[in-house]
Design a protein around this ligand. Structure first.
Ligand SMILES: [Zn+2]
Length: 300
């Protein structure tokens, strides 16, 4: 959802980095024999990603056992998924780890581009290596992600365009507003996040945003953070209400919304503050649990 600069390392360099210090001579020859096929698989991925058609790629075309890499190869899918990615790229101290770290560190501010909140702690295979073995160490198929987003996605692969999550190297959803928030009156007040893209966006875009939002459980994540934020501003809002009435509370909340949205139009904080500012009930004292005048609330 949030863009990340594409890795500078080429598919060939990433692959050859992982092959350093392979002691088994036959295995090394098998890996080297597959180099062209691996590079071509990565190029096919890039072309499909550019065209927005990654969901059309077939797993069998990326598995050496199924002859999908253009010629007979001696390496197996397991040599690529476990042998190469697990042991020679992701493992600390392994020869390809420098490439792994380089890709991981590319996410702006170290924030996971899939949820926009948690810290990056791993790499996610956009197309799962279990099905697309030849893309196991393809840089453009490796996306920095937090542990939770990686876990929620598991080995699922998109079966249609509408089920494709956003690829942070190829797509940018930050230029259009899609995150909305609603205040639910009660004690304590809570908020609910949902997706509502502007109607000028094409329907597939809106559907994909919804799918991404659901798959990575962003509503729960943002609501969790919002609960803490709402609780932390309660005293400040009491003082503000006592000093200037609900219009002053409303102005304060609107300023917070504008500030957060100037940084990121889809920030959960921006959406939350905007919704709070728009709620007369909340601004009139609902933030303390029940609506009422300033006299109801002590200063501490
Ligand atoms: Zn995440």
């Amino acid at each position: 959802m949030w863009p990340v600069p594409r890795p500078a390392v080429s598919p060939e360099n990433a692959y050859s980095s992982c092959l350093q210090k392979v002691k088994d001579v036959t295995l090394k020859e098998n890996y080297i024999e597959a180099t062209d096929s691996i590079v071509q698989a990565a190029e096919r991925f890039e072309q499909s990603a550019t065209e927005g058609s990654l969901h059309l790629l077939e797993p069998k075309d990326f598995q050496p056992e199924k002859g999908g890499l253009g010629k007979h190869l001696s390496i197996t899918s397991q040599d690529l998924t476990k042998g190469l990615y697990d042991h020679r790229m992701a493992k600390v101290g392994s020869p390809g780890r420098v490439v792994y770290d380089q890709i991981k560190l590319a996410a702006p501010h170290g924030i996971c581009p899939l949820c926009g909140i948690r810290q990056v702690s791993t790499l996610d295979h956009y197309l799962p290596r279990a099905s697309f073995a030849a893309l196991s160490v393809a840089p453009l198929n490796l996306v920095p992600a937090c542990y939770e987003c990686n876990r929620f996605k598991l080995d699922g692969r998109p079966s249609s365009e509408l089920e494709s999550t956003f690829h942070p190297y190829f797509e940018d959803t930050t230029s259009t507003r899609w995150l909305q928030c609603q205040v639910i009156e009660g004690s304590p007040p809570i908020v609910r996040f949902f997706v509502e893209a502007t109607t000028t966006e094409p329907v597939p875009f809106q559907e994909r945003i919804r799918h991404h939002f659901t798959m990575f459980r962003l509503g729960e994540l943002y609501a969790h953070h919002a609960t803490t934020e709402i609780s932390s501003i309660r005293s400040l809002l009491r003082w503000t209400l006592a000093a200037g009435g609900s219009p002053t509370v409303q102005n304060y909340l609107a300023d917070q919304a504008r500030s957060a949205q100037a940084h990121d139009v889809n920030s959960w904080k921006g959406a939350m503050y905007e919704a709070l500012a728009a709620s007369d009930w909340y601004c009139a004292g609902g933030f303390s649990g029940t609506a009422g005048g300033s006299s109801t609330y002590p200063m501490n």
